[in-house]
Design a binder for this molecule. Structure first.
Ligand SMILES: Cc1cc2nc3c(=O)[nH]c(=O)nc-3n(C[C@H](O)[C@H](O)[C@H](O)COP(=O)(O)OP(=O)(O)OC[C@H]3O[C@@H](n4cnc5c(N)ncnc54)[C@H](O)[C@@H]3O)c2cc1C
Length: 408
């Protein structure tokens, strides 16, 4: 595996680092004050600048106007823009749109691509992904209550979803609903595109998360699908293929998250080091003179380096050997990097003392919002179980053979 950085990629990374310092970090106070109207206006200006610099949509398909970067290069770019919660949105590679772009590109009909995919890649519209239900376990979505029944050329959708991220202001949702209740468990559900102005698409509320409701792109909605009727042509991919497509969405989605989290780790460490180096703590002494703080800095730097290496290795393997061969690494990075990130945010916040608890730095925002990293796209426990199952599989098979030979 070769992770050397090409000259072109280094040029892109340098441009991004400069842009983040000068144009993106200064916008964060709007987000922290929840001044979303002003933020939207400013974000649009920055997005225009990114397009002019030729850096729009780093991971999006070239034929739709993206940069078409491979996974390893996107990993490096994603760390560079992930230092701010605004970065991925400004560069046009934000979740949940990025995942929806991938599945529309792979499974959309030509009409769906023109109507939904193209404007989504261009950043003219936003979308959301509506799978998790209030009453059913998101960790096992095959237990799904939302139904889509065929009636006179339409699907009629009924169900209650929540945590539909960025639904507020989105043009359409990709909804997971049971279309084939009598099929085997993994073939019961389908993905259906639902424009959000469809009658029966009711955005009940933006859910308050850790004391903040958010708005627009920065929100998570509860949605009631109440006899919500869309034409059958809005089916994405084949009927009953919902879980297969969801898996295709989740693999890249998980790696994209960990790449973004590396950016949060690096920014938090930088803030920790800057604060420790300048905060007086005794006569002639700063925080950085204390050994316990030095240990946190050293541990954080080493943990980030390990998380980055594992993430890039996973990206390389997915790119060169395919997603199926990379299942174990995807599970590993999901819980390893999420926990690394939380430890580093926590240390950085601690080093800032009372200041860390305020919204005068970005750390409290990271602390509030990134706790969820250990829950969404598969909780830690689910990934650990899945990884252990794969590791144990050949040993179990071997033990079974031994048992059979003893009893033969
Ligand atoms: C910030 C955020 C954004 C999200 N965005 C979206 C989105 O855009 N679209 C969407 O559809 N969903 C979204 N989700 C929902 C997310 O996918 C679910 O919360 C997640 O899948 C877990 O499902 P659940 O909340 O129903 O928890 P449950 O399934 O009820 O699980 C609860 C806990 O049980 C434990 N657990 C679960 N299974 C096992 C097991 N097999 N063994 C041992 N322990 C287990 C885990 O600790 C887990 O945290 C989002 C969630 C968050 C927090």
């Amino acid at each position: 595996m070769d992770f050397s950085i090409s000259k072109d990629t280094q040029t892109i990374l340098d441009m991004i680092a400069d842009f983040m310092e000068k144009e993106v970090y200064p916008l964060e106070p709007y987000l922290l004050r929840e001044d979303f109207k002003e933020l939207d206006v400013e974000l649009e200006k920055k997005r225009r600048k990114v397009k002019e610099m030729g850096l729009w949509g780093p991971a999006q398909p070239k034929e739709y106007g993206g940069m078409g970067l491979g996974l390893v290069d996107f990993g490096l770019v994603s760390e560079a823009i992930g230092g701010s919660p605004l970065g991925h949105y400004i560069f046009g590679c934000q979740a949940p749109d990025a995942g929806n772009i991938e599945i529309l590109h792979e499974h959309g009909t030509p009409e769906q691509k023109e109507r939904y995919l193209r404007p989504l890649v261009e950043g003219k519209i936003r979308s959301c992904f509506s799978m998790t239900e209030v009453e059913m376990p998101g960790s096992n979505p095959t237990l799904m209550e939302t139904s889509a029944v065929k009636e006179e050329g339409n699907y009629v959708i009924n169900g209650q979803k929540w945590y539909t991220t960025s639904a507020d202001g989105a043009e359409f949702a990709i909804v997971m609903a049971e279309t084939n209740p009598n099929a085997s468990r993994y073939k019961r559900a389908s993905m259906i595109i639902v424009p959000t102005d469809t009658s029966g698409f009711d955005l009940v509320r933006n859910i308050n998360i850790m004391g903040h409701q958010g708005a627009g792109f920065f929100s998570h909605a509860e949605i009631l699908y109440h006899s919500c009727r869309v034409p059958q042509e809005n089916l994405l991919g084949e009927e009953g293929a919902g879980f297969v497509i969801a898996q295709q969405r989740l693999g890249p989605g998980r790696i994209h998250h960990t790449m973004r989290w590396l950016g949060i780790c690096s920014r938090s460490l930088k803030l920790m080091v800057e604060r420790a180096a300048m905060r007086p703590i005794a006569e002639g002494k700063v925080l950085a003179d204390k050994e316990i703080i030095q240990a946190w800095i050293a541990e954080s730097a080493a943990e980030i380096a390990a998380a980055r290496a594992l993430t890039l290795q996973t990206a390389w393997k997915a790119e060169n050997l395919g997603w199926k061969e990379t299942r174990q690494e995807i599970s590993m990075i999901k819980f390893v990097v999420a926990n690394t990130m939380q430890r580093i945010i926590d240390r950085a916040l601690q080093v800032h003392g009372g200041l860390g608890m305020t919204d005068d730095t970005i750390l409290a925002y990271f602390h509030r919002h990134e706790r969820a990293a250990r829950i969404y796209d598969g909780a830690d426990e689910v990934h650990k179980l899945s990884l252990a199952r794969q590791i144990l599989k050949p040993y179990r098979a071997e033990m079974q053979k031994v048992r059979e030979s003893i009893h033969a």
